[in-house]
Design a protein around this ligand. Structure first.
Ligand SMILES: Cc1cc2nc3c(=O)[nH]c(=O)nc-3n(C[C@H](O)[C@H](O)[C@H](O)COP(=O)(O)OP(=O)(O)OC[C@H]3O[C@@H](n4cnc5c(N)ncnc54)[C@H](O)[C@@H]3O)c2cc1C
Length: 463
């Protein structure tokens, strides 16, 4: 039996961090997994949601494994999907995120959630963090937006007016939408006083707090307590139906779920938050949750390194991938060797494979054919690509599919790694043996890549 190999993931965006977490979840020992990245990926621009297709007909085609007949180009990851497969991939992703304390839900109805944004628009998303789902504008229950006088970044009266018009138009065309969207603005100073914070404590920027400082402020139970006492005293509260939903600008960074649950119980209504802002709070929170999870599991994240060249090094019968690069801060050159390499360096950062190097077992996102251009050294090691660096093309009409496409590419990359490293075939690391490495409980072996259907599919792809 082969011992566990080392796996290096280049890139710390959605694709790289999800792939590292997926590998550990699937049984790869965390101590053998390393992430190398110049810096954190584009989470500040990521909506934090899983957007599969904004158009309902395209979404249906993807979910039913019929994407080949729709707009998706030949190299798009969706073309590889079978009916129901995206749901399975999402279930695994949601399992990992639940362990990170950031539970996700997918839209059970045919179609997307329509999530209210701080721009006063509806963002379609097939899956989203639970804190965002409460505001789904595809539901009829009224919505109250709660703003604060010292948080000008989120102007709830303006947002509510825009969403109210949007809802009226939707209802007019016979589609479900909230019966009413209203807003209330609370004073910030008494909230700070109740939380025992002196004025000026909000990032030094008081009286105009940034969303980032606001998120930190909202980690405090004293703040939730104050809001849950003060809000029902507002005149608008008496006009609200018992079935209304209450949305806040941001329910903290790390304490999102405790805040949501506390306020939901105290106010007796579903509570959530708005999507949006730059940097994107939901995207940043997703990145931070993944990083925390990986750190807890013992995965080493090495920052500030730019990989400039990748080559294949046959060493005796054991091949290695050699990464050459530069430490950005010091300009120092580095040379790193690894058996398994996952390239997830984002858009416009293609794999810098040295000419003449065999791309052994290269698995592009939309290309499940293993062994193409395998090196002649005989040592077959694992090179996969995931995320935006793995698409060969991108078309504007695919907007609204990017995070869903990333999820598929991560699963494909993981399947390629799992199959190559012998997961689920009695070789290499026993599937599920390190499933406990991720924080929290999980059923050992769950999502370990050893499902018969998955392997059959891989082998079909290989033939
Ligand atoms: C303006 C904007 C709006 C968007 N809106 C949406 C939306 O509404 N819905 C949606 O689904 N998606 C949206 N996206 C897309 C989403 O943000 C990206 O698809 C996603 O973040 C890309 O993830 P990734 O992991 O592939 O790459 P990235 O997040 O870009 O990560 C790349 C990583 O690789 C590292 N890296 C790069 N080169 C090297 C190197 N040579 N050596 C070492 N490390 C390297 C980087 O430092 C980084 O850590 C939007 C994107 C933008 C720009």
């Amino acid at each position: 039996m082969r011992g566990p190999a080392d796996l290096t993931v280049v890139g710390a965006g959605f694709a790289g961090l999800c792939l590292a977490a997926r590998a550990v979840e699937g049984g790869w020992p965390a101590a053998q997994v390393k992430v190398i990245a110049r810096g954190l990926g584009s989470f500040a621009l990521h909506p934090g949601t899983i957007d599969v297709a904004w158009d309902p007909e395209q979404l249906r085609a993807v979910l039913q494994g019929e994407a080949a007949s729709s707009i998706w180009g030949e190299d798009h990851p969706y073309r590889q999907l079978r009916a129901g497969e995206l749901e399975q991939m999402f279930t695994r992703f949601a399992g990992v995120m639940a362990k990170a304390g950031l539970p996700y839900e997918r839209c059970e109805q045919p179609g997307n959630f329509l999530l209210p944004t701080t721009l006063g628009t509806a963002h379609p998303a097939w899956a989203a963090p639970r804190s965002l789902v409460a505001g789904d504008l595809g539901r009829p229950e009224p919505v109250l937006l709660v703003g604060f006088d010292q948080l000008p970044a989120v102007k709830v009266d303006w947002i509510a007016a825009a969403l109210q018009r949007w809802s009226e138009q939707r209802r007019h065309s016979g589609q479900p939408a909230p019966a009413a969207v209203s807003a209330v603005v609370l004073a910030t100073a008494p909230m700070l006083a109740a939380a025992g914070l002196p004025l000026g404590d909000l990032d030094g920027a008081y009286p105009q707090a940034s969303l980032s400082a606001w998120g930190r402020l909202w980690e405090r139970k004293a703040v939730w307590q104050w809001v849950s006492e003060r809000l029902p005293r507002q005149p608008i509260w008496r006009e609200l139906g018992e079935n209304s939903r209450i949305l806040f600008p941001l329910l903290g960074w790390e304490q999102t779920e405790p805040a949501r649950l506390y306020l939901g119980k105290a106010l007796g209504r579903p509570v959530g938050e708005l999507l949006g802002g730059l940097p994107s709070p939901a995207g940043v929170r997703l990145g931070q949750a993944l990083l925390r999870l990986l750190a807890q599991a013992g995965v080493d994240c090495d920052w500030g390194r730019r990989v400039e060249q990748v080559s294949w090094v046959p060493v005796a019968r054991e091949g290695r991938w050699r990464l050459h690069g530069v430490v950005e801060e010091t300009g120092e050159r580095f040379d790193w060797q690894t058996e398994g390499l996952a390239w997830a360096a984002g858009w416009n950062n293609p794999l810098p494979l040295q000419r003449g190097s065999g791309a052994g077992n290269l698995g592009l996102a939309g290309d499940p054919t293993p062994g193409r251009d395998a090196p002649e050294s005989g040592g077959e090691r694992w090179l996969v690509q995931a995320g935006e660096s793995s698409w060969r093309s991108w078309r504007p009409e695919w907007a609204g599919s990017r995070s869903g496409s990333l999820l598929v590419s991560v699963e494909w990359a993981w399947r390629r790694l799992a199959a190559s490293a012998g997961f689920g075939r009695g070789e290499g690391v026993q599937a599920g043996s390190a499933a406990h490495s991720l924080a929290g409980a999980g059923s050992p072996g769950e999502g370990s890549g050893d499902e018969p259907g998955m392997m059959t599919h891989l082998e079909e792809g290989a033939s």
